[in-house]
Design a protein around this ligand. Structure first.
Ligand code: ZN
Length: 469
């Protein structure tokens, strides 16, 4: 599987996108120009998204296009953002058809290296992510249509969190693995309903078999991913991370050992588990009664899912929720500028929220936990919603700030607020910054302050409340 990145920002591409991606090309039109029956019989849909690239200088586009195969992934790019992805279902070279659809370029070139795209999904990934995952220099920019080799493609798919395509990967191997894990879980429960498992049982069932903290089981899972690095099966926390697991979600740190190649393969395997929505097994130490302890001979095994990847603090968020990632509402935002589409959420949504994911998003936007108003210790710092959840506030990073418990409570009691224009901290009529123990008079020190929309909402509420008193 290869990833093909297609720039879509120039005047031609924008027109083409509106014409043959947003609006689809009817099958009849395709058949009119491409009438080889072997090909037309594969066209099952009424209409397709269609794209084409020119041969370009030295045939560079054409050479890239030649590597294209069915089930490759096409990612569209403009304004420093990768904004959509889709599965390539067919390709063909057809000058006439391309001219019919899009005309020709000023210099006479045609977009004759054509392909059809299916299952187009919206994504929102900044160029920074590609630079990071590929190790490109700061100055890097996308110069033209680019095809990546298998290994890079897989890294990109994982880092971009490209949604799952039905037939992009080894479907059979994935199905086999889903069943295998289901059987393992049944075996675990059979024992665990009576007593905690032993370390030997954990290994013989197959949910853990490493000394590294992360168990990939290359023998059973390498066929699922083209890189052959496998998909994480089990993680062991051995007491080290115990405090970070709540009732429903928890944080698990990336491995950090002397073997850096192994570490990065392990991390990739966690991302793959997230991408394929495969459950993983969390193994923790327990005593004879099955209670969690720091070091014990017994094991408590839980079935969990990877919910969120947080490279900022080298960790992932896992959830015990049965539906995994699908159970959650995780807002999308532009990471370049941290612009949000909307900071409110619709009340009809039945999906769950994760405070843990909200914290990770804040970490990414404003950095480590530190009350924006005082120097309280990190242990008492909380992620505060500016537009509260009860008032339909969302979990976008722009709707949050770090506050200590004290200032969080005072914020929610409307004892102070933030002037959205100058980002000044304004106490209510009965108080001063001093009486509220506020050490900073503004939040202009934040590189990415909260979203204007959120601040304005809160400011309005604060003033209304003041008027009433
Ligand atoms: Zn504080």
């Amino acid at each position: 599987m290869r990833v093909h990145i297609v720039p879509c920002g120039d005047k031609y591409a924008r027109k083409h996108h509106a014409k043959t991606i947003e609006k689809l090309v009817p099958r009849e039109e395709i058949i009119l120009f491409e009438n080889d029956e072997k090909f037309t019989s594969t066209l099952k849909d009424d209409a397709y998204a269609c794209w084409g690239v020119t041969n370009a200088k030295n045939n560079s586009n054409f050479k890239n296009w030649q590597t294209m195969q069915k089930d490759d992934i096409c990612i569209m790019y403009r304004d420093k953002t990768f904004f959509s992805c889709g599965k390539i279902t067919a390709k063909f070279k057809n000058k006439e058809f391309s001219e019919y659809l899009w005309g020709s370029k000023e210099d006479g070139q045609l977009w004759e290296n054509m392909f059809l795209i299916d299952e187009i999904k919206e994504i929102n990934v900044s160029l920074e992510v590609l630079k990071k995952v590929m190790g490109y220099k700061e100055k890097f920019f996308i110069q033209g249509y680019t095809a990546f080799d298998n290994e890079s493609s897989e890294k990109i798919v994982a880092a971009f969190q490209i949604p799952f395509f039905e037939k992009s990967f080894n479907d059979t191997a994935l199905k086999v693995e889903i069943e295998r894990r289901e059987k393992m879980w049944m075996e675990i429960q059979k024992i665990q309903n009576i007593r905690p498992l032993t370390a030997e049982e954990v290994r013989s069932i197959g949910c853990y078999g490493s000394a590294r903290g992360i168990w990939r089981d290359i023998k059973n899972t390498s066929d699922i991913t083209p890189s052959g690095k496998g998909v994480c099966v089990g993680i062991s926390s051995r007491g080290k991370y115990e405090d970070d697991f709540g009732e429903e979600t928890g944080t698990y740190d990336y491995p950090k050992t002397e073997m850096r190649g192994q570490d990065s393969a392990d991390i990739e395997s966690l991302r793959s588990a997230m991408q394929f929505k495969l459950p993983i097994f969390l193994i923790r130490n327990a005593n004879e009664k099955g209670e969690l302890i720091n070091s014990g001979k017994r094991r408590k095994v839980d079935k969990v899912f990877v919910l969120y990847d947080s490279p900022e603090d080298n960790s992932i968020v896992i959830t015990f929720s049965e539906g995994g990632k699908d159970d959650y509402e995780i807002p999308i935002e532009e990471e370049d500028t941290f612009q949000e589409r909307e900071i409110s959420v619709k009340t009809t949504k039945s999906k769950k929220r994760s405070q843990e994911v909200f914290r990770k998003k804040l970490l990414k936007r404003i950095g480590p936990k530190h009350c924006v108003l005082c120097d309280a210790l990190p242990e008492v710092i909380e992620a505060a919603h500016i537009r509260p959840v009860k008032d339909n506030g969302g979990d976008q990073s722009g709707n949050g700030i770090w506050l200590c418990r004290n200032h969080h409570s005072l914020f929610d009691l409307n004892k102070w607020s933030i002037d959205p224009k100058y980002l000044e901290i304004i106490p209510n009529n009965q108080n001063s910054l001093n009486s509220l123990q506020i050490m900073r008079s503004n939040i202009r020190h934040l590189k990415y302050p909260p979203s204007k929309e959120a601040l304005e909402w809160r400011w309005k509420k604060f003033n209304k409340d003041q008027d009433m008193n």
